[in-house]
Design a binder for this molecule. Sequence first.
Ligand SMILES: [Zn+2]
Length: 343
Amino acid sequence: MKTVVFDRHVLEQEVKPHALLDRYRRLLAEDVMSRLAESDQLKSTGCPGCLSHGGSAAFEKLGMTYRQCETCRSLYVSPRPTEEVLVDFYRNSKSSLFWRERILPETRETRREKLFSPRAQWLLDVVDEYLPKAQMGVVVGYHNDLMIEELLRMEENLFKLLVTNPVADIECDHLKSENVVIRPMPESTLDAIGPSDIFLAFDILDRCVDTDALFSAATKSLAPGGLFVGSTTLISGFDLQVLWDRSESIYPPDRMNLLSIEGLTALYERHGFEALEFSTPGMFDVEIVRRSIQGAPQDDWPRFIRYLVENRDEEALHSLQEYLQRYRLSSFGRIVLRAVGTS
Ligand SMILES: [Zn+2]
């Protein structure tokens, strides 16, 4: 299995403008409280990684309770809204509209260059290496329009793509290609599609209502030897472990499932996948922690971490980030899995 280390110099603020994010967070807080936390359809759930029940309450965010699994240490929201309520949230809430109409357009070219063009190139390399004869891919995650644009630009003979996320018709209506079919559908019906060769799961594992059902659907949809390719935010990563409830990366509903490395491993192994690559090529953990401590020096922080970020130079902090990548301790995780059997 490969563990990949990145060495790219990308500053976080280039892809996430802070002023817009502040306004987005205010809208999000109002929407989550009124549409999700107060929904009369909340349901309790077990761990999204190992399925254990009875995780202990960790903290609350925007009126919703995060629990931590005592077996694999994944962090997850429970009770949580139904898929129907969640899809309505992503299609119609004020914060979702602000995200689509303000944040995405204003950061479009930066995201294309810094995030989605490299992701598309990586994906083409993965397919070249592991499944060069792929004919059909299913795109189940959110915000994949730029990646698809880049795939179409880079590869003339791209495999066909079926885009299924619940807002695909809104996000991808400008994509005109005979190779791309837009068909938004609930996650609970994904198991009816296929056979496919690649299951593209970017920006979905952290926010789907039922991770186990998502993997079941992938297992049913993929032809033998097919690939599950995706990325997600991992609670085992450095910045989330240090900042915990103070992390701005932990909020419902985008981050309802924060799997640990161990939780994600349990999840894919249970569904008959083997890992071809499982890396944490994140670049921002140390910088996020440094900025958080700098922004609230009066707060109580782990003594050693505070000393480290306040007393070591850029080179030392960069080396720490490389160490986190190398030992799978960053909070940004990326996987390439191969379907080897059914559960
Ligand atoms: Zn667990």
